[in-house]
Ligand binder design. Structure first.
Ligand SMILES: [Zn+2]
Length: 100
């Protein structure tokens, strides 16, 4: 997908890159190849990565589960972990907003 840079108005192909901020935290961002402006997308730490792995496993369980109420329970757990990850990412964004 082609997107437009807020800073230089040039168009470029949207691609997510990542960089380690410290031992635990990584940031995922889009960089404009023209003016090198960087737009952070999300931040992750160890807890975030553990949740992501768990969500992946739960999605597999969800697809295999035939019992409807068990399926709903799995879905709720996925939603909870997704919300927690969103919170983690937003908190990290606050902490590291001046780094990227
Ligand atoms: Zn630009």
């Amino acid at each position: 997908m082609t997107i437009t840079c807020d800073k230089c108005n040039n168009e470029f192909e949207s691609r997510i890159s990542s960089r380690k901020i410290n031992n635990e935290v990584s940031v995922f961002f889009i960089r404009c190849p023209h003016c090198k402006a960087e737009y952070p997308s999300y931040y992750e730490n160890d807890q975030f990565r553990q949740h992501t792995a768990k969500i992946r496993k739960l999605r597999t369980d969800y697809n295999k589960e035939k019992n409807v109420s068990k399926r709903v329970k799995i879905w709720e757990e996925i939603e909870q972990l997704t919300n927690t990850n969103r919170k983690i990412s937003n908190e990290l964004k606050e902490v590291f907003k001046n780094v990227l």
